[in-house]
Design a protein around this ligand. Structure first.
Ligand SMILES: O=C(O)C(=O)Cc1ccc(O)cc1
Length: 456
């Protein structure tokens, strides 16, 4: 029996320098730094936007003093941080150490990945009973990197274990917080806002929409089986005509991509339908493989630079992609630009945008892609809703990679009824990322691709 997974609790990054990514998440992506854990064993920062939570871990084997510029940390108390975090913390936040008198510091809610590159490698799910879930999974052959562990502070108890996934360096923390009443997790200090950090209504990111894995060729069936067996994930068909075994294949004009998607059902064990109005209902997982025929491509480039399979991108759901794109671009986020022909040369594209209620010039200015999904979503009738209008829209855009290695990137996605991944958008997204990779390859060694203009 697969584990009964609850909600996605957080996604963890492991980086060499937390400073840059913290700056990007707060100053550019408008995440809120809300909890921090700084001691001689761990430097962890938690950022939230809606229900999307990232924990950014700085690698422990990084020389600590280098990062703190001479500041000595002491157990159970946050030290001063790196310059940018100092700035963020002192101008907008203060650390509240009042509730954290009682915690050990030799746990991470994760594994120390011992990975030389910056990477996003832990997706944490809430479960009801860590002990029972872990023992059931373990009996079925699932590998554990951390066996059930209980940690506590003055606000209660948290249990967790860590499962090794079949995908590259990805692992999954399974966590039970039902006996915990603190702000985040034991050991983390609450970070409260100090000054008037402007909470932008124009960046309405609400949750994680999907997680995309870059995987080696022919590994998809094994990945699917793993997630079905242990976590009860179910296949999500990207395209109406998609072959069960082949997945969604684009193999033409320089695009060689196989995509297979899985849905994570909160009620998988019981086989229940999820409440339809819950937008967080099903963070999808997409497995991307390259196909051999079409030359250099973004999946192989990820595998090479990341030194193995892993999380290639995460889709952040926004309720208004145009305003989010505008405010993020103004804050310095760089997006890949779709080929201009996407807006001008595709027959009917501009009309499609107008029909969907968008100004084509505005979408083009910010590089937003729009796809119309004509299929009827059966969940409407299952959930007792009147079938909504036939046309469903999907709007997407990719950021440029956020790590120095050009591996991981983020995506903004707005779903107006569409639940899949628009075929037209995938082509345009592929081409825009390809163009980025190719221009990167043409640049001399050491040239940084991510100039901070944020403008198109
Ligand atoms: O469209 C999306 O957001 C996807 O997740 C599909 C996808 C996955 C990997 C790629 O390299 C390109 C497209």
């Amino acid at each position: 029996m697969a584990a009964y997974l609850g909600r996605l609790h957080h996604i963890a990054l492991h980086v060499r320098n937390v400073d840059k990514i913290a700056y990007d998440l707060v100053a550019k992506f408008r995440f809120n730094l809300f909890a921090a854990r700084l001691n001689e064993k761990a430097r962890q920062f938690a950022f939230r936007k809606g229900s999307a939570v990232f924990i950014v871990n700085e690698r422990l084997n990084h020389p600590f003093l280098d990062l703190n510029e001479g500041v000595v940390a002491h157990k159970g108390r946050p030290s001063s941080s790196t310059p940018v975090l100092n700035e963020i913390c002192s101008s907008h936040f203060k650390l509240d150490a009042s509730n954290n008198s009682n915690t050990e510091c030799n746990f991470l809610y994760d594994v120390q990945p011992n990975y030389s590159l910056d990477t996003v490698c832990n997706v944490c799910f809430e479960v009801e009973d860590v002990e029972r879930t872990s023992s059931a999974l373990s009996n079925q052959g699932c590998d554990f990197l951390v066996s059930p562990t209980t940690v506590r502070d003055d606000n209660g108890i948290v249990s967790y274990s860590v499962v090794k996934s079949i995908v590259g360096n990805v692992c999954h923390t399974l966590i039970d917080k039902t006996r915990y009443e603190g702000t985040f997790l034991p050991g983390f200090e609450k970070v409260t806002k100090n000054g008037p950090l402007v909470e932008l209504a124009t960046s309405p990111i609400t949750h994680f929409d999907h997680i995309a894995y870059a995987c080696p060729r022919k590994s998809t069936p094994d990945v699917m089986r793993w997630y079905e067996k242990y976590f009860g994930f179910q296949r999500f068909f990207i395209d109406r005509d998609e072959d069960v075994n082949e997945g969604f294949v684009l193999n033409e004009n320089g695009i060689g991509l196989r995509l297979t998607a899985m849905e994570y059902w909160k009620c998988s064990e019981l086989g229940l339908m999820l409440p339809c109005k819950d937008k967080e209902q099903n963070c999808k997982f997409v497995i991307a493989e390259s196909l051999p025929e079409q030359g250099i491509n973004q999946v192989d480039s990820f595998l090479e630079k990341h030194e193995g399979a892993g999380i290639q991108h995460i889709g952040l759901y926004t309720e208004d992609i145009v305003s989010t794109a505008r405010s993020l671009a103004q804050a310095g986020v760089e997006f890949f630009s779709p080929p201009p022909a996407y807006y001008t040369e595709q027959v009917g594209k501009q009309q499609e945008m107008v029909d969907a209620g968008y100004d084509p010039e505005l979408l083009s200015r910010y590089g937003v892609l729009l796809d119309t999904d004509l299929r009827q979503d059966t969940s409407d009738s299952v959930c007792g809703l009147a079938p909504s209008e036939n046309k469903r829209y999907l709007l997407q855009m990719f950021t440029k990679p956020i790590f120095a290695e050009d591996t991981f990137f983020l995506e903004l996605i707005e779903r107006r009824g569409a639940s899949g991944f628009g075929e037209g958008n995938i082509r345009a997204l592929w081409r825009s990322v390809q163009a980025g990779i190719e221009s990167q390859r043409e640049k001399p060694e050491g040239h940084n691709s991510t100039a901070q203009t944020g403008q198109h």
